[in-house]
Write a protein that binds this ligand. Structure first.
Ligand code: CTP
Ligand code: MG
Length: 232
């Protein structure tokens, strides 16, 4: 099924501590954001990419995208202070109400086409879908004083990734409601859940990491190497 993808890339990358937005960090001499966009450039089902960028980085991104031949970038729009505001800015660029919309972090360059396909297949009018993996660590809740208050049942726990997929109408409705009610979620599915929408968990792959701290750069280089070898 054809879809449009919104790519939030308007963060600061503070935890990466690179002195610049981590989207510009080079992995095997190609900037992180370009790696991510290349995934969707190659996916035939992807009709358009809407990139959300920091206002003063729009020009730099524009030049990068044309240099790397990323022809599906339909717009680069300025983001907001929180990721949720950035996604909303991207949503406002979509005019086709019937379409399926994916939201995918600019900092997640390793999702595979088959995972996107499985995800999109699960999207309905009143239902969204997210890629996720079952957690392997035991997760405990802790108090501010760092005392355990609860141990959660691991069989029920999933670590949620992006892409997350929705019908345009459902996601727009969820974001509009969140904006109106001052509700902040940590992912887009959370906003849909908040208005009673149902979200399907689609098993993903642990390689679909989000580059967050300097530690992740080593892992990313390793994944890239491994994929290069697999192609030989
Ligand atoms: N993002 C965004 N707008 C924001 C905040 C985040 O578009 N106001 C994007 C980031 O650019 C990233 C994705 O959302 O691609 C996931 O966010 P995260 O990993 O937290 O990235 P940063 O916010 O840049 O990093 P940090 O929280 O360490 O500053
Ligand atoms: Mg952040």
């Amino acid at each position: 099924m054809a879809y449009t993808v919104i790519i939030p890339a308007a963060g600061q990358g503070k935890r990466m501590n690179a002195g610049e937005n981590k989207q510009f960090l080079k992995l095997q001499s190609v900037p992180l954001i370009v790696h991510t966009l290349q995934l969707f450039e190659k996916d035939e089902a992807c009709e358009a990419m809407i990139v959300v960028a920091n206002k003063d980085e729009i020009m730099e991104m524009k030049q990068l995208f044309s240099k790397h031949g990323l022809s599906k970038v339909a717009a680069i729009v300025p983001g907001g202070r929180e990721r949720q505001e950035s996604v909303y800015a991207g949503l406002l660029e979509i005019k086709k109400a019937e379409s399926v919309v994916l939201v995918h972090d600019g900092a997640r360059p390793f999702v595979r086409p088959e995972e996107i396909q499985r995800l999109v297949a699960e999207v309905g009018e009143a239902q969204g879908a997210v890629l996720a993996t079952k957690v392997t660590d035991t997760i405990k809740k802790g108090s501010r004083e760092q005392m355990v208050t609860e141990t959660l049942a691991r069989e029920e726990l999933w670590a949620v990734q992006t892409p997350q997929a929705f019908s345009y109408k459902l996601l727009k409705k969820a974001h509009d409601a969140a904006k109106k009610n001052g509700f902040t979620g940590t992912d887009d599915a959370g906003l849909v859940e908040h208005i009673g929408g149902r979200i399907r968990l689609v098993p993903g792959d642990e390689e679909n990491i989000k580059l967050t701290t300097p530690y992740d750069i080593g892992i990313a280089e390793m994944i890239l190497e491994k994929r290069k070898e697999d192609q030989l």
